[in-house]
Design a protein around this ligand. Sequence first.
Ligand SMILES: Cc1cc2nc3c(=O)[nH]c(=O)nc-3n(C[C@H](O)[C@H](O)[C@H](O)COP(=O)(O)O)c2cc1C
Length: 187
Amino acid sequence: MKKLSESMPDAVRSILARRSVRRFHRDRPVEDWKRDCILASATSAPSAKGIRPFRFLVLEDRSILDSLADALSQGVIFKEATLAVAVCADLSSYPKDSLGWLEDCAAALENMLIAATSLDLSSVWFGVYRRSPKEEQVREVLKVPSHVEVQGIAVIGYGMEELPPRDAIDPQLVGIGSWNMAFEKSK
Ligand SMILES: Cc1cc2nc3c(=O)[nH]c(=O)nc-3n(C[C@H](O)[C@H](O)[C@H](O)COP(=O)(O)O)c2cc1C
């Protein structure tokens, strides 16, 4: 596996360094300016047709993070995290036949994780949409109305573990040209 150049741009370095961390220093809050950088990254995500249906719920009060931890069967992660951002989509006037909002939300969530990495924070993507019973539990705690979907939650904090960054292309995942040339060479 050929390693990438050491002089890669900072943005690429942060993308490759992002790993899922699930344990955080509970007594070390995310600074306001870092939170604001993360939120600016979220609201700057691309959006299909420029509709921008995404809405971001900032969860940093200990009481709401603890409520999520207590209510969710997989909620232990919120016990230590000091910042979470729930990525929602307001579908009240969104085209009924379009799933663009789901892609918009995913782009915004990934933007936040990369921004967090670049700010020396750790993070993990907490999947919510169509994941029962998590979805119902999250909606209940956050009091989300029926015209709003919750796509996922970026869970962020100062991490208690350090996972190695990636530093190369994974050749199993990349092929050149048409599908049969790239991935079905033996057929
Ligand atoms: C759509 C999506 C949903 C995910 N949901 C969860 C989750 O609910 N809980 C969790 O601990 N990790 C979740 N993850 C993180 C993945 O488990 C993680 O990205 C994967 O194991 C690869 O590890 P890495 O992020 O360190 O590269 C999710 C990731 C994605 C993209």
